[in-house]
Design a binder for this molecule. Structure first.
Ligand code: PLP
Length: 630
């Protein structure tokens, strides 16, 4: 086992330098010193802690900091470790409630870069593809042994010959170091990267040092990725009592009382009669569709639905039709056609029609237009399946997903699916529905019959985090609410800030996923490297997860971030955005100086593109995030 050393400000750490936790403490306290001296010019943040529900812990910390009781190095180390996973709330004004104002959900406005920029993006891809094909052609002649898997041999067809293979070798390979970065420790507010080096962007060597970075890359929405605290304590206690694994399938002898308790808790939390849990989110979708639909049924699926939904839908044998992303007009048209025409050739009515959507789309940051879907459901009587992987625990005033957000009775949605990998800091998935549907799933779903049971510590993490969110843990009353409101504040604050700085960001206001558009393939590694230089981890995404020309940095916001973290990111983004020239916003999607007056034609014409200074953004941000963003 290599022993990892954390990198100090100027490279790898030497023997005798401060311990990991001391380094973390300096990272937490001196975030601005890392790479962004400009932060020092910004207004200083309040140092007094707000009166929030975790009073006992807060008081203890205040006592620790009082002059009479100077904290020991061990206390400081533990605090630094705790803060690196979950930052303290800086002010009660950094809280916001996630609630839809009512009515239909307006479509997220999509801004576009200048045509010239789109043109250069296409040209870049054309050059990359052209040069890639020439290199392939030449290399197959001169180094055929390296291309055996791409060529027909001894009568066998080539193993990989499609565009995906070409894309991976000739395009992604050039920026491979931006992906799959190995990490260690808790992926909380900070994430620790294992430093590596490469000569060919294909083979990487670990250097044996680590770097702590601000983490905008994990789906840790409520900050439950922690190695300390009530959830970790309960998980540890459960391991000591029940062990690590149930070593069996749910359908055999692996269902424990904890398992049953989690299922009941989930059903209660999402507002359905019953629920089943699975050990993997992907498998939840992949095995549920074959259990509920089959030949003669129709699945109407949003074009941006997750791979697990598409996989499950294909496995089911049902017919699949795709409607344009979040387009209720297209969905209604497809419904009318399907109902009037029935099944192909025979024109018999479909046995079942299931409309499948996600609550919050992970690449676009858009929320489903649930109010409009419910209207269509009343008129056309289809079954509705909502995948809440990203919305459960992340949206709604009580964190109970899109039904909570839009004030829709969950009883009206037939099947609610979700995963525990995101907001709950665990793993696995659930299906919640009426008892009759759940009974059928228990008997016919392969994931339930043959799948491994979720392990006891994972169940413990799920149970304790859900109890915190639902405010059912008397020892930590109000903590879940605080996390929910911090997440919403952080998401809205950063989104508004980026829009005001001039970036094109996609998605709805309350979404904790914020895609910052980069478009050009060369800007992706540049953005990722510049952020890493400033000790910030971001995920850049491109084809096949997005259309070829819509590359982006997908920022994932967490309740564990503090406003200071977000300001640090805004400063970094401002510098990098100027250097890379990626501030394209025309203002149609927001970021304006004045709140537009509804129906005022003069205001509708944007005279000034949003290009605020970062100082202005930070000064005005806290006040302006309350209410509709503009
Ligand atoms: C919408 C959606 N559904 C299902 C899944 C699968 O969940 P898991 O990663 O927990 O297996 C994901 C994963 O990101 C997702 O985004």
């Amino acid at each position: 086992m290599p022993s990892w050393k954390r990198k100090g400000k100027s490279g790898s750490k030497k023997e005798g330098e401060p311990s990991t936790a001391q380094t973390l403490l300096s990272v937490v306290n001196n975030a601005s010193n890392l790479s962004l001296p400009t932060l020092s010019t910004l207004p200083s943040l309040p140092i007094s802690r707000p009166q929030t529900p975790n009073q006992p812990e807060r008081q203890q910390q205040q006592q620790q900091n009082s002059p009479e009781q100077i904290p020991s190095p061990e206390d400081l180390r533990r605090k630094a470790k705790r803060d690196a996973a979950f930052g303290p709330l800086e002010s009660p004004s950094h809280l916001c409630v996630s609630r839809h104002p009512g009515g239909h959900l307006a479509d997220a406005v999509v801004d576009e870069p200048p045509y010239f920029y789109l043109f250069t993006t296409y040209i870049s891809f054309l050059i990359l593809i052209f040069v890639g094909h020439i290199r392939d052609y030449i290399a197959k002649w001169f180094t055929p042994h390296k291309y055996r898997h791409l060529m027909a041999r001894n009568g066998y067809a080539p193993l990989y010959s499609d565009f995906d293979s070409f894309y991976t070798r000739r395009l992604k390979l050039r920026i491979n170091d931006c992906f799959d970065r190995p990490t260690t420790g808790v992926p909380g507010r900070y994430i620790t990267l294992l430093d590596r080096e490469t000569d060919d962007n294909l083979h990487f060597r670990l250097k044996g040092t680590t770097t702590d970075t601000l983490n905008l890359s994990s789906y840790n929405y409520l900050g439950f990725a922690q190695s300390e605290g009530p959830c970790a304590d309960f998980a540890e206690e459960t391991v000591r009592r029940d062990g690590i694994s149930m070593t069996g399938t749910i359908g055999d002898a692996a269902t424990t009382s904890l398992h049953v308790e989690v299922e009941r808790q989930i059903a209660r939390f999402v507002g359905k009669e019953d629920a089943v849990v699975f050990s993997m989110g992907f498998v939840t979708n992949a095995t549920t569709f074959p259990a509920i639909v089959g030949k003669g049924c129709l699945i109407l699926s949003d074009e941006l639905n997750h791979a697990s939904i598409r996989f499950g839908a294909r496995m089911s044998g049902a017919s699949i039709q795709v409607f344009a992303h979040n387009s209720m007009t297209d969905l209604e048209k497809k419904l009318r056609d399907a109902i009037s025409q029935g099944q192909p050739r025979t024109h018999r009515p479909w046995k079942k029609i299931v409309v499948t959507v996600e609550g919050l789309y992970s690449m676009e940051g858009t929320m489903v237009n649930l109010p409009r879907i419910m209207e269509l459901k009343k008129r056309y009587r289809f079954y509705l399946f909502v995948d809440e992987a990203h919305s459960i625990g992340a949206v709604g005033p009580r964190g109970r997903g899109v039904c909570d957000y839009f004030k829709i009775d969950p009883a009206e949605v037939d099947i609610l699916m979700g995963t525990f990998t995101k907001s709950f800091g665990a793993n696995g998935g659930y299906i919640a529905a009426d008892k009759a549907i759940i009974d059928k799933i228990r008997c016919t779903n392969a994931g339930q019959i043959y799948g491994e049971a979720p392990t006891p510590p994972v169940l413990a993490q799920i149970l304790s985090s859900v109890r915190l969110i639902a405010d059912e843990d008397p020892l930590h009353s109000g903590e879940g609410q605080e996390r929910l409101q911090r997440l919403v504040f952080n998401s809205r604050y950063l989104r508004l800030g980026l829009k005001r700085l001039g970036f094109i960001v996609y998605g709805h206001d309350d979404s904790p996923i914020i895609p910052v558009m980069l478009y050009n393939p060369a800007k992706m590694p540049a953005f990722s490297h510049e952020m890493l230089k400033r000790k910030i981890s971001v995920v850049v995404v491109t084809y096949p997860a997005t259309p070829l020309e819509l590359s982006r940095a997908r920022l994932c916001i967490s309740a564990s971030h503090t406003k200071q973290d977000l300001d640090r990111f805004l400063v970094a983004c401002d510098e990098v955005g100027e250097a890379l020239q990626i501030k394209f916003s025309s203002g149609v999607a927001g970021g304006l100086r004045e709140r537009p007056v509804p129906g005022d034609a003069k205001n509708a014409q944007i005279l000034e593109k949003p290009r605020w200074t970062v100082k202005e953004v930070i000064e005005r941000g806290v006040k302006d995030v309350q209410g509709t963003l503009y």
